[in-house]
Design a protein around this ligand. Sequence first.
Ligand SMILES: *[C@@H]1O[C@H](CO)[C@@H](O)[C@H](O)[C@H]1NC(C)=O
Ligand SMILES: *[C@@H]1O[C@H](CO)[C@@H](O)[C@H](O)[C@H]1NC(C)=O
Ligand SMILES: *[C@@H]1O[C@H](CO)[C@@H](O)[C@H](O)[C@H]1NC(C)=O
Ligand SMILES: *[C@@H]1O[C@H](CO)[C@@H](O)[C@H](O)[C@H]1NC(C)=O
Ligand SMILES: *[C@@H]1O[C@H](CO)[C@@H](O)[C@H](O)[C@H]1NC(C)=O
Length: 280
Amino acid sequence: MPSYLESCAVLLAITPIAASLPAPELMASCNQTSLMNAADAYVAAQTAGQLDPLQSSLAGNWTYQENNNVMNVHNGVLSKALKIDHRRTNLDTTSCASYTELVITDSANPYVIGTQIHHGTDMQVTMIDSIASTTNSWLFNASKTLQHVLEEKWDPIPLSARDSRTVIQAAGDAYLDMWSNATASDAVPWGTPCTRLEGSAYTGSGKPTDSCKPGIPSNHTQAPNTHRRYVVDESMGSVSIFCVWEHMMMAADSHEFRLEGGKLRYVHTMTVCGGKPCKL
Ligand SMILES: *[C@@H]1O[C@H](CO)[C@@H](O)[C@H](O)[C@H]1NC(C)=O
Ligand SMILES: *[C@@H]1O[C@H](CO)[C@@H](O)[C@H](O)[C@H]1NC(C)=O
Ligand SMILES: *[C@@H]1O[C@H](CO)[C@@H](O)[C@H](O)[C@H]1NC(C)=O
Ligand SMILES: *[C@@H]1O[C@H](CO)[C@@H](O)[C@H](O)[C@H]1NC(C)=O
Ligand SMILES: *[C@@H]1O[C@H](CO)[C@@H](O)[C@H](O)[C@H]1NC(C)=O
């Protein structure tokens, strides 16, 4: 039990800080619940093909970016009503952002979409940043992607086994550096088993020996992967990185990595080449 005097000292130490902040009820805090609520509103908006469910969460000056281009949301995929077959959302309470993966197999409107939602200090959405892959995107086949996604286990990592956000992000960065850096592959914490879902192409066969190494670049003097944006979720061991895939038609690219016990377990990619068929 602290003595009265000790409690008093604590109060005195806290008061000046508390006085400089808005009243607690006016302070929107960035937590898993508030991030998930916004991601749910985004999914509802995508399902409806209209912004209404999101409207109250949007900052007045929010930005909509699709396939690395800032654009009018009314011309974007978010304004198409889509029947969503799969959805997974990871949350970053440190940078106040979320990453959502969507798979839509409807043959009239097939999509595999990655969306980072970035929030301001007041929890308002300041940016919706999407990579929307569809027909012509790299190795695109939404039903095949769905099949593989459903085979994977993205359970929360037990608290005692979590990697730090620095370790998780460094693994993703090292992987993306392999195109332009000869020693980067040594810095990737390759795991076994590890599977890569590259568009719809899967390196796994469900064996304990599955590896993510087949098809990684042997040419390390290619254009780098630039303009990276991150969403890190330690509870999922995951980092979503959006970038410009310069060495393939300046494509808009999403790579998501999951680490388990410090080792790479899953890689998911979506790559969009300005509406043209992607070609190396
Ligand atoms: C999460 O943040 C919201 C507001 O952004 C707040 O209403 C809620 O109480 C917070 N939840 C927790 C568990 O802190
Ligand atoms: C958007 O508005 C917020 C205040 O609501 C401000 O802090 C922020 O700088 C603005 N961002 C841009 C890009 O204008
Ligand atoms: C997608 O892959 C499935 C096999 O999983 C195949 O049956 C189907 O024809 C493919 N769709 C397209 C559009 O290539
Ligand atoms: C290349 O990758 C290695 C390993 O991650 C790193 O130590 C080095 O700084 C990188 N070099 C450049 C030029 O980025
Ligand atoms: C590696 O990529 C660079 C840049 O595209 C290209 O100039 C070079 O010919 C490639 N080297 C090999 C061995 O393919």
